[in-house]
Design a protein around this ligand. Structure first.
Ligand SMILES: C[S@@+](CC[C@H](N)C(=O)[O-])C[C@H]1O[C@@H](n2cnc3c(N)ncnc32)[C@H](O)[C@@H]1O
Length: 424
């Protein structure tokens, strides 16, 4: 997988990647090699005299999945449910350990459970998969396999699609199977193609779990995905949430004012707000907080604020860096009135450094602080340099900065964290 912003061209507003397609002949070769490997493995097992051969440990292969041509629609549906991706926590897949929990999370009712156990016990006996425990333990893991195995999985899905799409007989489960298999195919194609999803985020220093909805990434709406920069910034802010980072405004009658720019799905602002709630909800401290983005991002952002129960003091609204007047007017915001400004991953076009610095100049209090996290994308080295020059030119100082290694959907990413203040 790749970072879509490495390919983003702000002028053309397009993301495109050169994809390597494999011919059906290559698929066949892979499958037959895999079959050979599987056979070799089972011979090894036999030679090792592994009598029961039913260890819960050890992998299964795509070729162990029920045969599309012979298995009943119930068995195929059960398999597709088992291959549904887990809800990610902090960008990592998690696996439930108890069979009962796996069956619930995969919508595997008793009928589907019995059908698939029957398949592996009697119809096509397979000692690695002949109980519901083994099935729940091994089949879901296939969804997180290597690129090579993913190709075989994609081939399996397309054979289901072909069979059920073309069937003329009216099968009651046809619609469910086609819907599930289409989702599984999309999930194989990286974050840019994945259907809408929810992700969870947990922090060492906070009891509340943050759950965010992400619509499918369409129309270049980059704020519909949660980006790795916002996870690492949230971790830093939640970890260091104390009187130094959450100071009281000098005038005690004033609320603490917090603003997030380009909030996207809202991870930074919402996790900050959840931590504030845990620490100060019962105090008499006052707070006014805004999480902001472009109009097309707003609906989902609002939904995430409400779903995470911080809607009583966090307002989600539009703040366009190129035209902040409507926001300023609507909330009667005075210049330089925010104590804290939060920004994650805002620099991916030549104009962004200037726009972001304009927002800091307009909104940051003279004794306020901006917390900024940017990924080190090779394509935007020049923009990062311009950002530094503009900050200096506009009387800002970088108090602290450090590089961190974080994670996003395509793996490990390097990030730069900065605390920015106005020079006294
Ligand atoms: C790469 S995303 C980062 C989103 C979020 N901060 C995160 O890290 O998950 C950049 C965000 O900046 C927003 N953005 C871009 N240009 C903007 C503008 N002119 N005004 C306000 N927001 C903007 C995008 O809509 C998007 O949500």
């Amino acid at each position: 997988m790749f970072d879509p912003l490495d390919l983003y061209d702000a002028d053309k507003r397009s993301t495109s990647a050169a994809l390597n397609f494999e011919s059906p002949r290559q698929w066949d070769q892979k499958l037959s090699m895999q079959g050979q490997e599987k056979q070799d493995n089972s011979e090894l097992q036999t030679n090792d005299n592994d009598e029961d051969g039913d260890s819960l440990v050890g992998p299964i292969y795509v070729l162990d999945l029920p045969y599309v041509a012979y298995a009943s629609p119930e068995i195929i549906l059960a398999t597709l449910h088992l291959l549904r991706p887990e809800t990610q926590v902090n960008f990592q897949s998690t696996e439930a350990l108890l069979t009962k929990d796996i069956c619930i999370s995969k919508d595997l009712d008793e009928i589907l459970q019995n059908c698939i156990v029957e398949w592996y016990s009697n119809t096509m006996p397979n000692k690695k998969l002949n109980t519901i425990e083994k099935i729940c333990n091994k089949i879901p893991a296939l969804a997180n396999v290597s690129e090579t195995e993913r190709s075989a999985l994609l081939n399996y899905y397309t054979s289901i699609l072909k069979r059920y799409e073309n069937t003329t007989s009216i099968l009651s489960l046809k619609g469910d199977i086609l819907k599930e298999v289409s989702l599984r195919i999309a999930e194989c194609c990286g974050r840019s193609a994945i259907p809408s999803m929810s992700r969870d985020f947990k922090f060492d220093n906070m009891d509340t779990k943050v759950s965010l909805f992400e619509p499918s990434l369409t129309n270049d709406n980059l704020g519909w995905k949660t980006w790795g920069a916002s996870l690492i910034l949230s971790e830093i802010l939640v970890e260091n949430f104390n009187s130094k980072t959450v100071f009281k405004p000098k005038d005690a009658s004033e609320p603490l004012r917090v603003l997030e720019l380009g909030a996207g799905t809202g991870l930074v602002g919402i996790s900050w707000a959840c931590k504030w709630k845990e620490e100060f909800e019962t105090s008499n401290l006052k707070i006014q907080m805004f999480v902001t983005d472009l109009p097309e991002i707003l609906e989902n952002l609002k939904k995430n604020v409400i779903n995470n129960n911080v809607g009583n003091f966090v307002t989600a609204d539009v703040l366009d860096w190129t035209y902040p007047d409507p926001f300023v007017k609507k909330y009667e915001i005075k210049d330089n009135s925010f104590d804290i400004i939060l920004v994650a991953d805002p620099i991916y076009s030549p104009n962004h450094p200037e726009w972001v610095v304009n927002m800091l100049s307009k909104f940051l209090k003279t004794d306020g602080k901006c917390y900024l996290e940017i990924p080190i994308r090779s394509k935007y080295a020049k923009e990062r340099e311009i950002l530094i020059q503009l900050l200096q030119k506009n009387n800002f100082a970088v108090l602290n900065e450090r590089y961190d290694q974080g994670v996003d959907d395509w793996g490990s990413v390097k990030y730069l964290y900065r605390e920015i203040v106005l020079k006294g």
